[in-house]
Design a protein around this ligand. Structure first.
Ligand code: ME8
Length: 520
């Protein structure tokens, strides 16, 4: 991350099927960090998009009796709609069939050609169409794709090759240098080790064009070849910034990317081929690739091909969009595989959201209305009056720092836990300070202090839950009579204790997270 800009990307997803929980997961995680960085005042570029070329997409179109372009045009809106439903705040959406992308890919080709980094040869070996990956005979697992276990096909083609083998040492030096700078290129560490040992095992030159079908970007100097779909796809991260066009203001501003978010299935492409390609073209590789784990259902990777991939819509309908986003980021440790189930989603929902967060907000607003006529009180004293006041204030005071540290590690669980420390303590605080007794005893000054403190804790908790649950936080701020939370660009200053003004009119409202009674 530079001091002022932040560029995060998701993979561009294949348009052979609809978005599902797995692709939504990466996209939500990227959205949460993008939203948070906007709140820390960064100039953010958040990119997602679609991978629309290649043999797999051409086949999907054919199976559906459509021309490839018509097919991709029909599927693309499904992704855009799904991301809109999930509140994804991407700044751009790139499709690899767009002119701006094709132009960038061709410019890149020309660059590699001019630099003598590619050569003509012929490829003979295996190819997995679902993964769009080349495999040598001895890579195969009992004759099948070692990655997805599906059938591979034999390919013999005259292709262009990239001298990837020449980058082995440079890549190893690069990983070491980044590590020494304290900003490892591959994260988390398990994935780094996997990538390093793969590269140490030796690299083969890579076939980067195809001639047996035409659904791709033609090579500018050999138009009978189309770009190998992975090369085409990886380049989206720079073509979206204007690489290859006359307008490279965004490229100059945002490149190198801070993070490419990917699943662990595609790290070789992102951590080996991509930095080598960029080095070959004289472009600085990105800062980091963060490879998260797989969502598992009943112990198996959830995927389109296994037929166990759900679409987000049914869960969003049942739990609401914010609870959906919360569940995946809170229950699955980012970077690890995580089992997901309806049971655990209901538990998280009822426990963390309905009981802790929703209940806190509604009790507090009700009491403010009942005891204070719905008007936020003056904080009676700038110091805390009791140990309980101090505990709540100090938890809220440490929240910005703890949250930032967790987000620097992309540890969404820890970030949310830090917010929950405040939420839980605010619940405890209300229980122990019992405003209803203060009211009965006529202790108005203390009653006002207690309600002020709890309301202030809610205001601050809403700030830090906003990157994950933007709609709920906006609603909480609205009910507190505060302004538009999405306009916050200095979350640390905004989180200063005592910023809740006196005299605001609060509004009660429906339960933010009505309890779900059935268990699954
Ligand atoms: O690989 N758990 O696209 P793709 C978690 N077009 N994440 C999952 C997942 C699961 N069970 N299943 C999928 C491609 N994902 C290429 C990318 S980028 C230049 C080109 C997520 O549609 C995860 O991010 O197959 C994974 O890497 C990605 O979807 C694969 O999406």
């Amino acid at each position: 991350m530079s001091d002022t800009t932040f560029y995060v990307t998701t993979p561009i997803y294949y348009v052979n099927a609809e978005p599902h929980l797995g692709t939504a997961y990466t996209t939500i995680a990227a959205d949460a960090i993008a939203r948070y960085r906007r709140m820390t005042g960064h100039d953010v570029m958040f990119l997602t998009g679609l991978d629309e070329h290649g043999q797999k997409i051409a086949q999907a179109a054919e199976e559906n009796g459509m021309e490839p372009q018509a097919w991709v045009d029909a599927v693309a809106p499904k992704f855009k709609d799904a991301w809109a439903m999930l509140g994804i705040s991407n700044d751009d959406f790139i499709r690899t069939t767009e002119e701006r992308h094709k132009r960038g890919v061709q410019a890149f080709w020309q660059e590699l050609h001019d630099r003598g980094e590619i050569y003509q040869g012929s490829y003979e070996g295996w190819y997995c169409v679902p993964d769009e990956t080349y495999w040598a005979e001895d890579d195969l697992a009992e004759g099948m794709c070692p990655q997805c276990g599906r059938a591979v096909e034999f390919v013999r083609e005259d292709n262009w090759f990239f001298r990837l083998s020449a980058y082995q040492d440079r890549l190893l030096e690069f990983y070491d240098a980044r590590e020494a700078e304290g900003r490892p290129f591959v994260q988390p560490e398990t994935r780094r080790n996997e990538v390093m040992s793969f590269v140490k095992g030796g690299l083969r030159d890579l076939s980067i064009s195809r001639t047996t079908f035409s659904w791709g970007v033609p090579l500018p100097f050999a138009p009978e070849h189309v770009t190998y779909v992975w090369i085409d796809a990886l380049l989206n991260y720079i073509t979206a910034l204007g690489y290859g066009s006359d307008d490279h203001e965004k490229f100059d501003r945002f490149w190198p990317a801070d993070y490419h978010f990917v699943g662990k299935d595609i790290i070789r492409f992102h951590c080996v081929i991509w930095p080598a390609m960029l080095m070959a073209a004289g472009i600085e590789p990105p800062q980091s690739v963060f490879a998260h784990g797989f969502l598992l259902t009943k112990g198996e990777k959830m995927s389109k091909s296994k037929g166990n991939a759900q679409t987000p819509a049914s869960l969003v309908e049942r739990f609401g969009v914010d609870a959906y986003r919360y569940y995946f980021l809170r229950d699955v440790q980012f970077g690890h595989d995580g089992s997901i189930s309806l049971e655990s989603m209901v538990q998280r929902y009822n426990g963390d959201l309905a009981n802790d967060w929703g209940n806190l907000v509604s009790r507090l607003l009700n009491m403010t209305e009942k005891y204070l006529g719905g008007i936020t009180p003056e904080p009676s004293s700038t110091d805390c009056e009791t140990d309980a006041d101090c505990t709540l204030r100090s938890l809220a005071g440490f929240l910005p720092e703890k949250y930032e540290a967790a987000m620097q590690r992309l540890d969404y669980c820890a970030a949310l836990e830090a917010a929950w420390d405040v939420i839980k303590d605010a619940n405890r605080y209300i229980e122990n300070e019992a405003p209803w007794n203060l009211e009965k005893a006529g202790e108005t000054a203390r009653l006002e202090t207690v309600l002020y403190n709890a309301l202030e804790a809610v205001r601050i908790a809403a700030l830090f839950t906003a990157p994950v649950m933007p709609n709920t936080s906006a609603e909480v701020w609205r009910r507190l009579g505060l302004g538009d939370i999405s306009a916050v660009t200095d979350v640390v200053a905004e989180a200063t204790w005592g910023r809740l003004p006196a005299g605001l009119t609060v509004t009660k409202g429906d339960a933010l997270f009505p309890r779900i009674y059935e268990e699954a």
